[in-house]
Design a binder for this molecule. Structure first.
Ligand SMILES: Nc1ncnc2c1ncn2[C@@H]1O[C@H](COP(=O)(O)OP(=O)(O)OP(=O)(O)O)[C@@H](O)[C@H]1O
Ligand SMILES: [Mg+2]
Length: 232
């Protein structure tokens, strides 16, 4: 679950430029919400407030039972384990193989036992369809395969929330559609997804709902399909 309650955000301490103004909404499991809006509208800012990469100036953000105005600094890494992140530029570590990229992520969060790590990595790589490429380096994969790997990394902690910032922005139409099908499966498995995108047609095809930002304000909140209803 993700909830924004009257959130305002500005980056400068003083000044009157708001990146987000009075934003409120709630996203529940099995929703795939597309966050639409032109460049500078506030999409990335909104995603960063969920993982507390940025703090709201006023108002409150709740994600997976962690509230921005109550969470202790110590608990921020736990919050982030509940939020799988996917980016336009994949952000894999280039000197590590695909399997090592995922294993690294588990080790960073305290899982140390080799058998546990390798089983988790194998399971996730199978689920995103690139287990056969596990020993390659990122540069040896196509863009679509790299994005699958990045989604695998986002899934390694089985997060209930998945946040994606232009996940298909660097991919051609067909590859982008494959990535959306993969995200769609996560939705049906019970995740809540919030995807920032410029691509209206993807939102219409895959989204259950659209939130449209203009100059930091939500100007439209539209349900496209009832959650639970399968897409034909
Ligand atoms: N770290 C920062 N410091 C100051 N201002 C920032 C910072 N990050 C973003 N902004 C400003 O906040 C506003 C919203 O930016 P944001 O990156 O959220 O937009 P966006 O909708 O993600 O745009 P795009 O589609 O280009 O990625 C913009 O006016 C931007 O200049
Ligand atoms: Mg952005």
């Amino acid at each position: 679950m993700i909830e924004f309650e009257k959130v305002w955000k500005r980056y400068a301490k003083r000044g009157d430029e708001w990146a987000l103004e009075d934003v409120s909404f709630r996203i529940v499991p099995r929703e795939m919400v597309f966050l639409l809006g032109s460049s500078g509208a506030g999409k990335t800012t909104l995603l960063k407030l969920i993982t507390l990469e940025e703090q709201p100036t006023t108002g409150r953000v709740v994600a997976a039972d962690f509230a921005s105005d109550e969470i202790s600094r110590r608990d921020v890494p736990f919050l982030r384990r509940h939020c799988g992140m996917v980016f336009q530029d994949f952000r894999l570590i280039k000197d590590l193989t695909i399997a090592e990229n995922l294993a690294y992520c588990l080790r960073m969060t305290g899982t140390l036992e080799r058998g546990v790590i390798s089983r988790a990595v194998a399971r996730v790589l199978q689920s995103v369809g690139i287990y056969g490429k596990r020993d390659r380096f990122p540069r040896e994969l196509s863009g679509g395969e790299q994005q699958r790997a990045a989604i695998g990394r986002a899934l390694i902690h089985e997060p209930p929330i998945i946040l994606a910032d232009e996940p298909t922005g660097n991919l051609d139409g067909a590859t982008g559609a494959e990535i959306m099908e993969l995200l769609q499966r996560l939705r049906l498995a019970g995740a809540a997804l919030l995807i920032a995108s410029h691509q209206e047609e993807l939102a219409q095809r895959y989204g259950t709902r659209t939130l449209r930002l203009r100059d930091g304000r939500i100007v439209e909140d539209r349900v496209l399909r009832r959650i639970g209803a399968e897409i034909a």
